[in-house]
Design a binder for this molecule. Structure first.
Ligand SMILES: [Zn+2]
Length: 231
């Protein structure tokens, strides 16, 4: 077991990108770190990777795809938590922390899609170093960061997890709870998120690195995906 809440609070200035925490990304505070549309602000029962997600082959494939080692990511599962990726500031060992919700009613395979999105954030953090630099790079646009992670998830689904079930991403994001696909908020509409994922899924990687593909997406492809918000 790992006593997480105190450690999590130490990362209040870290990256808070997922689920409802997006709202807080521009002004991170301790409260904001826990904020989410469907999760409470004080997740309980936190433990070090209670679902052993690091051993799920599709998760391992995603970690390898973004060029980090499994030991670079500390997975933490909590009751009522939102999905969240933060730099593991001041914490020796792993460089990133991914928090995920633990829900005994869902098969843990439903965690794969949202975790792949979070691992997309790990790629972004590995490229730009910190949440602040990431926001600076994208002119403070949370949408660019979020849709960029969905785009990377789409690439990983097809090219690294060899998953042809394109609808699984959408279904599992919804099942996992912290992504409310029925409502639009600051991280983009469901339509834009699915468009970004599909853009990644059908993207012709041609041996390019994910970093190059992510750069490519941030050009015209982003505009097309984001426009799905306003059909
Ligand atoms: Zn996210």
């Amino acid at each position: 077991m790992l006593r997480v809440p105190r450690v999590l609070k130490s990362t209040a200035l870290g990256l808070a990108l997922s689920g409802g925490t997006l709202v807080c990304a521009a002004t991170p505070t301790i409260d904001c770190l826990y904020a989410a549309d469907t999760a409470n602000n004080n997740p309980t029962g936190c433990a070090s990777d209670p679902e052993d997600v690091v051993d799920i082959p599709a998760v391992a494939a995603a970690i390898a795809a973004v060029g980090v080692k499994p030991s670079d990511i500390q997975f933490v599962g909590c009751h009522d938590a939102a999905f969240l990726t933060v730099p593991n500031l001041g914490h020796s060992g792993s460089r990133y922390r991914i928090v995920y919700p633990v829900d005994g009613n869902l098969p843990k395979t439903t965690l794969v899609a949202p975790l792949t999105h979070e691992i997309g954030h790990v790629l972004q953090l590995s490229l730009y170093g910190s949440r602040e630099q990431l926001l600076q790079r994208y002119h403070g646009s949370i949408d660019r960061i979020e849709l960029g992670a969905d785009f990377i998830a789409g690439i990983i689904f097809r090219n690294f997890q060899h998953n042809d079930n394109i609808r699984e991403f959408q279904n599992d994001l919804r099942l996992a709870g912290s992504y409310d696909l029925a409502s639009a908020n600051s991280h983009g509409t469901p339509e834009a998120r699915i468009a970004a994922f599909r853009t990644g899924f059908f993207y012709d990687l041609r041996g390019q690195s994910l970093a190059t593909a992510h750069d490519d997406f941030q050009g015209e492809l982003y505009s097309i995906a984001a426009a799905a918000e306003h059909p």
